[in-house]
Design a protein around this ligand. Sequence first.
Ligand code: F6R
Length: 243
Amino acid sequence: MELIKAKNYEDMSRKAAEIIAGLVREKPDCVLGLATGSTPVGTYKELIKMYEAGEADFSKVKTANLDEYVGLSGEDKRSYRYFMNDMLFDHINIDKKNTFIPDGLNRDEKGECERYEKILKSLGDADLQILGLGLNGHIGFNEPSDHFPKATHCVRLERSTIDANKRFFSSEDEVPKEAYTMGIGTIMRSRKILLLVSGEGKADILSRVLSGKVTPAVPASILQFHPNVTVIADEAALKLSEL
Ligand code: F6R
């Protein structure tokens, strides 16, 4: 794994956006795997600035997001579809028809997972997959487990994930308890992976991901086996990592 040390969140975001924009320039019809959550917000802001400055053209780019809460519609402000429109897609020249996210309103679990898998297959392996890191080591919503799930599936969210995400909801009861997520197998087939990590709160889990045992109990540890991973982490997140 290549490690890029960033000073702080802003520096991490700029460095990540430069890599993404570089790929978009090199391959205008690339497939990007995208993440939600707090971590990539600054990166998306930088990409919007680059688009506004005429430095990045997203007209041919296709995107597939990692996950979506079960039970929320794309119009719900707390859904990941809404987040992506609001944080990125509404502000760049991407064709929304080329942006894909699981459908949280489809309660037919098997049917929705199969539908999303078909979309991912038709897009082909992502040229670049952006990942945030959960406090429990999850990537997408692949929670700690006894195996690495291959394909899109429906997960029950762990208590620590519900706790971490309740800040976006008015009460804990409102946090959906299930989500659709891309599988680890699909993530691992991406040509390149960019793992973004910021803040002291992630220092312990990041050190385990970078140099601990590879185990489904720490899902992101599998990234040690991927041939092309770049980790961009800030000083606070790297506090406990021996480099
Ligand atoms: C989001 C996702 C999650 C987050 C992770 C970190 O699409 O798949 O794995 O990346 O929970 O979340 P933040 O960035 O809010 O700390």
